[in-house]
Design a protein around this ligand. Structure first.
Ligand code: PRP
Ligand code: MN
Ligand code: MG
Length: 181
């Protein structure tokens, strides 16, 4: 039903699973003997995060933050604010920010600025997708699943007007979906 609105599938369920396995192995190797705190950025990161953590063979803790910049629009307003803060103290912790996509970089830049003031032992970023062609603010991601072209992608946590987050694949919507049928 959802996939009938998709013009082109970019990543199948199998593609995504392979990426998650690779990232999970890298994080497992890099954090041996540590107990990282994974911070999922609501809402887009939840689907990726729930799959990724099951590919990490370590004791990890999870927490969530919600920051907002987009609203129902597909174009960034450039404004970012905290909607929900962490429940956990990050002081002395090894934290990994989990994102579904880094686009202009504004969300990640803002998160880094906040978290850097909270005395974490280390801060790294893991994003499923990176869209470097759209970057406005320079940001660094330590773990990147895949680089995506400059197209509006949905599925696997990513929405258009809050829809399609529950689609198992990642794809590009048909133009008529945007133009209102
Ligand atoms: C999307 C995405 C990233 C952010 C990336 O979230 O999930 O968090 O935008 O864009 P940027 O690099 O231009 O800041 P959004 O604000 O749409 O909220 P959502 O995750 O709840 O969909
Ligand atoms: Mn998001
Ligand atoms: Mg969104």
């Amino acid at each position: 039903m959802l996939e009938k609105d998709i013009e082109r599938v970019l990543y199948s369920r199998e593609d995504i699973q392979k990426v998650n396995q690779r990232l999970g192995k890298q994080i497992t190797a890099d954090y041996q003997g540590k107990n990282p705190l994974l911070i999922g950025i609501l809402k887009g990161a939840i689907v990726f995060m729930t799959d990724l953590i099951r590919e990490i063979d370590l004791h990890v803790e999870i927490d969530f933050m919600d920051v907002s910049s987009y609203g129902a629009e597909t174009i960034s307003s450039g404004e970012v604010k905290i909607i929900k803060d962490l429940d956990t103290s990050v002081k002395g912790r090894d934290i990994i920010i989990i994102e579904d996509i880094v686009d202009t970089g504004r969300t990640l830049n803002y998160l880094m600025a906040i978290l850097k003031t909270r005395q974490a032992n280390s801060i790294k970023v893991c994003t499923l997708m990176d869209k470097p062609s759209r970057r406005i603010v320079p940001v660094h991601s330590d773990y990147v699943g895949m680089e995506v072209p400059n197209e509006f992608v949905v599925g696997y946590g990513l929405d258009y007007a809050e829809r399609y987050r529950n689609m198992g694949t990642i794809g590009v919507l048909k133009p008529e979906i945007y133009s209102g049928k």
